[in-house]
Design a binder for this molecule. Structure first.
Ligand SMILES: C[S@@+](CC[C@H](N)C(=O)[O-])C[C@H]1O[C@@H](n2cnc3c(N)ncnc32)[C@H](O)[C@@H]1O
Length: 188
């Protein structure tokens, strides 16, 4: 199921709202990361820059064929990028132990979904113990885009959801003017 309010404007406008390199750097996406999975990768706003940083490869998962088509055109011959179309929960279920575990997962602008704890649980299944989950989301204030204020998660809500999925908070970062970020660890 495509999550509520998970559409985006066209990519030139969307990408005005972020500084992807700064966000990835502050959330510790470094050359020490072997494999990064971007859940709901959209246009590849973060996936593509991440592919130039990590050691081995990046995997983008998205349910929306249009966004993935745009992303595919942009990555062209970048052989560090693999794209998978589908619902993250179905992909995790059907892969059942057949997944090469990543050491980093991004949940960017997606945690206003209907069942964020399930999303964290799915993400945690895709990473190794010691792996990291990076999160960004829109602040709960007047912003030029982003989901309705009633469904925007607060940092405290996100910390609680992550805890329910056995992920522990490593740090919080502000990404002004419109976003905040968080980094979690899979401890067991
Ligand atoms: C608001 S966009 C954010 C895109 C990207 N993470 C970014 O920040 O630029 C949310 C993305 O999640 C995708 N999405 C929604 N429901 C999904 C699901 N169940 N499984 C995988 N992707 C999903 C949407 O298609 C969309 O590309």
């Amino acid at each position: 199921m495509k999550y509520r309010e998970s559409g985006m404007p066209e990519e030139a406008l969307w990408e005005n709202f972020f500084n992807p390199i700064e966000i990835l750097k502050k959330l510790e996406v470094t050359e020490k990361v072997n494999t990064l999975i971007d859940v709901g990768c959209g246009y590849g706003t973060f996936l593509i820059p991440a592919s130039h940083i990590v050691k081995e490869n990046v995997i983008g998962i998205d349910i929306d064929e249009h966004y993935l088509r745009v992303c595919q055109e942009r990555v062209a011959t970048n052989d560090k990028v693999r794209l998978i179309t589908g619902d993250i929960t179905d992909i995790v279920k059907s892969a059942e132990g057949d997944i090469k575990l990543a050491d980093y997962i991004t949940l960017f602008n997606i945690l206003h979904c209907e069942d964020p704890v399930q999303l964290f649980i799915d993400a945690a299944k895709l990473i190794k113990v010691g792996g990291k989950v990076g999160v960004i989301h829109w602040i709960n204030d007047d912003t030029p885009r982003g989901p309705s204020l009633e469904i925007r998660p607060s940092p405290n809500q996100i910390i609680k959801w992550a805890k329910d999925a056995h992920l522990s908070l490593e740090k919080q970062v502000a990404f002004p003017p419109y976003h905040f970020g968080m980094l979690f660890n899979k401890i067991n």
